[in-house]
Write a protein that binds this ligand. Structure first.
Ligand code: FES
Ligand SMILES: [Fe+2]
Length: 350
């Protein structure tokens, strides 16, 4: 399968030893996913995995290149190579590839008229908000999230956590981030309050082709180790957008126009591993060191991690009747219905 003539990316095919069924993999490969932070791509090629496909991400001559982690000469992993003169160098025979993917030097035959086929198997990518977004098929059916106004408004301070790979499916993980009824329990040692349980369960919900939104108030505790200043309790107004299938943007508004925006960016590494990059924007507490804010966020999302890595079955059941749904679960139920409509079966081959 080849891409359109004007593009230089390749449509990646179903990998060997894939943990997704062929059906599900084909559908999921038609999505944008947040693969890496630009700032993490330095002077070495970096290996990453998406939907069981090994990829190499490099910065060549000021441009980011995402490609299959395989050299078309003899199949060596390019991520074991290095960068020289703005080219990615294969570690096996030293072939050099430049940012448009083409091989420009075969060291054993420097005068060879290099065939056009000798190139990187590049994957379609976009840069947005300092992240590298990737679509394996090159034909995305979803949309990259919108991070405004927090990205362009200088009053917000930005920090991030990850990328980290967790032992859970991307489906279970994103369901956690659109689930509000868990705050009062799993987060009792951070911000959750048991007698606020009904607040997280009753929320306004809307959806369109690419997003789902949730809006509600939650009365949170504010323990002493929280970096948020001086009050034992806080009303959080929460407005969350799920960018289908695996990214959320949540605006948490506190009194006096204080806003904390959380972006959870999830990419399915395999059917049972998910990579998370969490990006935070905050327009207050600028005197609090970022390390303290980050430590607090980490404490909270590791409370989530502790439970999502234990859920069974690991994948979301695509049979609606397999689990029980309360009113609080309307967002996750809508997500499951969207997945079923898309044709996902939730079956794994491994
Ligand atoms: S396998 Fe890459 S140059 Fe030979
Ligand atoms: Fe949580």
């Amino acid at each position: 399968m080849t891409a359109t003539a004007e593009s230089n990316w390749t449509s990646i095919e179903y990998p060997r030893e894939c943990t997704f069924s062929n059906n599900d993999w084909e559908i999921l490969s038609n999505m944008w996913y947040p693969l890496a932070l630009e700032s993490d791509i330095g002077d070495k090629p970096q290996k990453l995995r998406l939907l069981d496909v090994d990829l190499v991400v490099s910065r060549l001559g000021g441009e980011y290149v995402v490609a299959r982690d395989i050299c078309i000469h003899r199949g060596a992993p390019l991520s074991e190579g290095w960068i020289k003169d703005g080219c990615l160098v294969c570690p096996y025979h030293g072939y050099r590839f430049k940012s448009d993917g083409q091989c420009v030097l075969v060291p054993s035959h420097p005068d060879w008229n290099i065939p056009a086929k000798l190139k990187l198997l590049t994957v379609r990518h976009e840069l947005r908000y300092g992240l590298i977004w990737v679509c394996l098929s090159g034909q995305p059916t979803n949309q990259i999230p919108v991070w405004e106004p927090e990205e362009s408004d200088g009053n917000y301070r930005r920090f991030h956590l990850g990328p980290e790979v967790w032992n859970c499916s991307a489906g279970r993980l994103i369901e956690n981030f659109i689930d509000n009824a868990h705050f009062s329990f799993i987060h009792q040692s951070s911000f959750g309050k048991e007698d606020s349980a009904t607040m997280g369960a009753d929320y306004e919900f809307t959806q369109d082709e690419f997003t789902m939104t949730m809006e509600f108030d939650y009365q949170a505790t504010n323990p002493d180790d929280s970096p948020i200043a001086n009050t034992a309790e806080l009303n959080r107004h929460m407005h969350r957008t799920l960018y289908l299938p695996f990214c959320t943007r949540t605006v948490i508004s506190y009194p006096e126009d204080r806003e904390h925006v959380i972006h959870f960016n999830i990419a399915p590494v395999s059917a049972r591993k998910a990579q998370i990059i969490a990006v935070f924007h905050r327009n207050f507490d600028h005197d609090v060191p970022v390390e303290d804010l980050l430590a607090w966020e980490k404490k909270i999302i590791y409370e989530d991690r502790a439970i999502v890595e234990l859920q069974k079955p690991e994948e979301i059941p695509m049979d609606i009747a397999e689990e029980v749904h309360a009113k609080a679960d309307k967002a996750s139920l809508a997500l499951r219905r969207w997945m079923i409509k898309l044709g996902l079966e939730g079956e794994m081959t491994a």
